[in-house]
Design a protein around this ligand. Structure first.
Ligand SMILES: Cc1cc2nc3c(=O)[nH]c(=O)nc-3n(C[C@H](O)[C@H](O)[C@H](O)COP(=O)(O)O)c2cc1C
Length: 246
C-alpha cells in the first residue's frame, strides 16, 4: 500500500505541507512526500511525443516523480492559492500528468485527494485540482481546504497598505462577499478608515496562521487519510475475493 503526497507550496513547512503530511500519516501506508519547489518539473510543451509511449520526453524530474505516482495506490495533491488559482508548481505537475492520461489512461482508477490553502479562493483551487485529476481517470476520495497566512501579514511594510489581499478580495472591489474579514477574525482587524485601493489600514492581531493551531482542520486531514486507507483496503479485499472465486 503506497501513497504519495505532492506539494505545490514553495514555503518551508507550509500549511499545505503540514496537511498533506497529516493525511499521509493517517493512511498508515508506505508514503512519500515530494515538494515540487525543491525539484525541477516544468510545464507541458504540448509536443504530443508521449502519445504512443505514455512517457514524457522532457528531461527533468517528472521522470522519477511520475514513476512514484504510477507505483502509488493513491496520490494527495496540495497547493496554495495564488491569484485565485493553483501555484505554478502544482499546475506544471498536473499538466505533465497528461503524458500518463491519453489513449491508455494509465492513471485511471488511482485514488486521489486534494488540499488547497488560501485566504479567499482556496475552494476553487481544490475543485480545479479535483477536476484535473478526475480527467486522468482518478477517483477523488475527498478534498479539503484551509485558511493560511495571508502574505500581507509577513511581507514587511506592515499594517497600512491599500492593496492588501483582503482589500483585493473585498466586497468593494469584487462585488462579492468572500468573507475574508469574518474568516480572519482574531488575526486581523480592519480599521474604520480602511478603503480598498484608496486607503488601507488594519491591525494584525496574530501574524501567522498555522493549521497546527486549528484542531478541526488537522482532524479533517486525518479523516481524509483514514478514508484513503479504507478505500485502499476495500479494493485489495475485493481483488482478493475475485482471486478466491477461481
Ligand atoms: C504570489 C501570491 C499570490 C497569492 N494570491 C492569493 C490569492 O489570489 N488568493 C488567496 O486566497 N491567497 C493568495 N495568496 C496567499 C496564499 O494563498 C497564502 O499565503 C497561503 O497561506 C499559502 O499557503 P502555504 O502557506 O501552504 O504555502 C497569495 C500568495 C502569494 C505568494
Amino acid at each position: 500500500m503506497k501513497v504519495i503526497g505532492i506539494s505545490g507550496s514553495p514555503t518551508k513547512d507550509s500549511n499545505t505541507d503540514t496537511l498533506i503530511n497529516a493525511i499521509l500519516d493517517a493512511t498508515g501506508a508506505e508514503t512519500d512526500f515530494v515538494k515540487l519547489s525543491e525539484i525541477n518539473v516544468g510545464p507541458c510543451i504540448a509536443c504530443m511525443k508521449c502519445v504512443d509511449t505514455n512517457e514524457c520526453v522532457i528531461n527533468d524530474h517528472f521522470k522519477w516523480v511520475s514513476k512514484k505516482v504510477m507505483e502509488a495506490d493513491a496520490i494527495v495533491v496540495g497547493s496554495p492559492t495564488y491569484y485565485g488559482a493553483a501555484s505554478a508548481f502544482t499546475k506544471a505537475f498536473i499538466e505533465r500528468l497528461y503524458s500518463k492520461r491519453h489513449v491508455k489512461l494509465q492513471t485511471g482508477g488511482k485514488l486521489a485527494a486534494t488540499v488547497a490553502v488560501g485566504v479567499a479562493a482556496e475552494k476553487m483551487v481544490a475543485e480545479w485540482m479535483g477536476n484535473a485529476l478526475r480527467a486522468g481517470g482518478m477517483e477523488i476520495v475527498g478534498s479539503m481546504t484551509a485558511k493560511g497566512t495571508p502574505c500581507c501579514f509577513v511581507c514587511g511594510p506592515g499594517e497600512t497598505c491599500n492593496y492588501t489581499v483582503w482589500n483585493a478580495y473585498s466586497k468593494e472591489l469584487t462585488g462579492m462577499d468572500l468573507g475574508v474579514e469574518e474568516a480572519y477574525k482574531g488575526y486581523l482587524e480592519l480599521l474604520p478608515d480602511n478603503k480598498p485601493y484608496a486607503h488601507g489600514s488594519a491591525k494584525f492581531l496574530k501574524s501567522y496562521r498555522s493549521v497546527k493551531d486549528e484542531p478541526y482542520v488537522m482532524d479533517e486531514a486525518r479523516r481524509l487519510g483514514k478514508l484513503i486507507k479504507e478505500k485502499i483496503k476495500n479494493r485489495s479485499r475485493k481483488a482478493g475475493d475475485l482471486k478466491c472465486g477461481c
